[in-house]
Design a protein around this ligand. Structure first.
Ligand SMILES: [Zn+2]
Length: 328
C-alpha cells in the first residue's frame, strides 16, 4: 500500500490537470434541448431547472402561440438542426419541424401514445369536403374510438392545456434526457417528480371546483380547452372557430347563439392573445358574459417556472366565478 500510494497520487493529480483542458467524456458536454412550442419549452425548463449541462431553447417565438399553419424561417431551421434533442407537440401541429432533423432518434414526440379527443367536437371539416357539419352522437362510434385516434388528422392538438395531460408529457421528455446525461439523471428525475406533483395537485383542485358548479356549460372561442373541459368537468356546448384566422360564417354564429340560449350557457371563453370579435357578437346577442382564459400556448420566454400553474389558477378562478354565478 505504502509503495503504491504515492504513484497513484501523482497519476491522479496529473489527470485532474488534463481534465480541465479536455473533458474526458460526453457527460461533460453541454446538451442542447430545443422545444418547438412554448408550453413544451416551459415544461422542459421545469424538468431541467438547475442541471448544469443543459440549455433549453425554443423554436417558435414565445408570444406567437401554437404554430397552426406556421411557416418555418431559415433561422428556425438552423435552430432545429442544432438540437441534440428536439421536443415536439406532435398530432400534426409541428411534425414538419421534426422532418428537418436527420436523426429521428433525437426527436421526442410528446403526444405519441396518448389518447386524444377529436378537434372541434361539434363541427369539424372533413379533408374530403363532405359532412361539413355533424354532431358526434350521430356518428354512433363508441367512446374508445372517440378518444383514441390512430391518425392525427382530427385530433385536438392541445394536450398541454389540461394540467393532468401536461403532467403526462413529462415522462417522454425526461426519459430521453437521462439517456443523454445519465450523470445528472438524479436532478432530472427529482425535478420531474416535483413538477408532476404540482401539476396533479392543480388538476385535482380544478376538478374539485368544477364539481361544485351551478351550471358548467360554456361556449369556447377556440378548441384549446376541450381536454381541460373533458378532464375537469365543465362542458363546451359549441366552439366558435376551429382555428384562429378562420372566420365563422354568419349562419354558424346564429346557430351558436341559438345553442347558447337553448342550453342556458353560463359563459363564453375567449383567449387573450386573439381578437374576440365573434365572441363579442354572441355575448351581445345573448347577454352571456365573456371570460378570458389563457391555454398557456404563449408567454414570456423568461417566465418563472411556475408560470403555467399561475395562469391555470387564474383560469380556474375566472371560470369558477362565471359558472358559479351563472343561472341554470
Ligand atoms: Zn392552438
Amino acid at each position: 500500500m505504502l509503495l503504491i500510494l504515492p504513484a497513484a497520487y501523482a497519476a491522479g493529480s496529473s489527470q485532474i490537470q488534463n481534465n480541465k483542458k479536455h473533458p474526458p467524456d460526453s457527460h461533460q458536454k453541454q446538451i442542447k434541448v430545443v422545444a418547438t412550442t412554448y408550453p413544451l419549452y416551459l415544461l422542459t425548463k421545469n424538468i431541467v431547472a438547475d442541471a448544469p449541462n443543459v440549455v433549453v431553447d425554443l423554436v417558435v417565438n414565445s408570444y406567437a402561440g401554437c404554430p397552426h399553419d406556421y411557416h418555418l424561417t431559415p433561422k428556425d431551421v438552423i435552430k432545429i438542426k442544432s438540437a441534440d434533442l428536439l421536443i415536439i407537440n406532435g398530432l400534426g401541429l409541428d411534425n414538419n419541424m421534426a422532418d428537418k432533423i436527420a436523426d429521428k432518434g433525437a426527436v421526442v414526440d410528446t403526444s405519441s401514445g396518448f389518447k386524444t379527443l377529436e378537434r372541434g367536437e361539434k363541427e369539424h371539416k372533413s379533408p374530403h369536403g363532405h359532412h361539413d357539419e355533424h354532431k358526434h352522437d350521430e356518428h354512433k362510434h363508441d367512446e374508445h374510438k372517440h378518444e383514441e385516434h390512430g391518425h392525427h388528422e382530427h385530433a385536438n392538438q392541445h394536450l398541454f392545456a389540461s394540467p393532468r395531460r401536461y403532467a403526462n408529457l413529462i415522462d417522454p421528455i425526461v426519459n430521453k434526457i437521462v439517456t443523454f446525461d445519465s450523470l445528472n439523471s438524479h436532478i432530472y428525475l427529482k425535478n420531474s417528480k416535483a413538477y408532476k406533483v404540482a401539476l396533479f395537485k392543480l388538476a385535482d383542485d380544478f376538478s374539485k371546483l368544477m364539481s361544485k358548479l351551478n351550471n358548467p356549460k360554456v361556449i369556447s372561442q377556440f378548441t384549446a380547452f376541450e381536454y381541460l373541459a373533458h378532464d375537469t368537468g365543465f362542458v363546451v356546448i359549441a366552439t366558435v372557430q376551429e382555428h384562429p384566422g378562420e372566420a365563422p360564417s354568419a349562419a354558424r354564429i346564429l346557430k351558436i347563439i341559438q345553442q347558447a340560449k337553448e342550453n342556458g350557457v353560463a359563459a363564453i371563453i375567449a383567449e387573450p392573445q386573439f381578437g374576440d370579435r365573434y365572441v363579442r357578437t354572441i355575448s351581445q346577442q345573448t347577454g352571456i358574459p365573456v371570460i378570458q382564459m389563457d391555454p398557456v400556448a404563449s408567454g414570456p420566454e423568461a417566465a418563472d417556472l411556475t408560470y403555467y400553474e399561475q395562469m391555470m389558477r387564474k383560469n380556474m378562478e375566472r371560470l369558477q366565478k362565471a359558472l358559479r354565478d351563472g343561472q341554470e
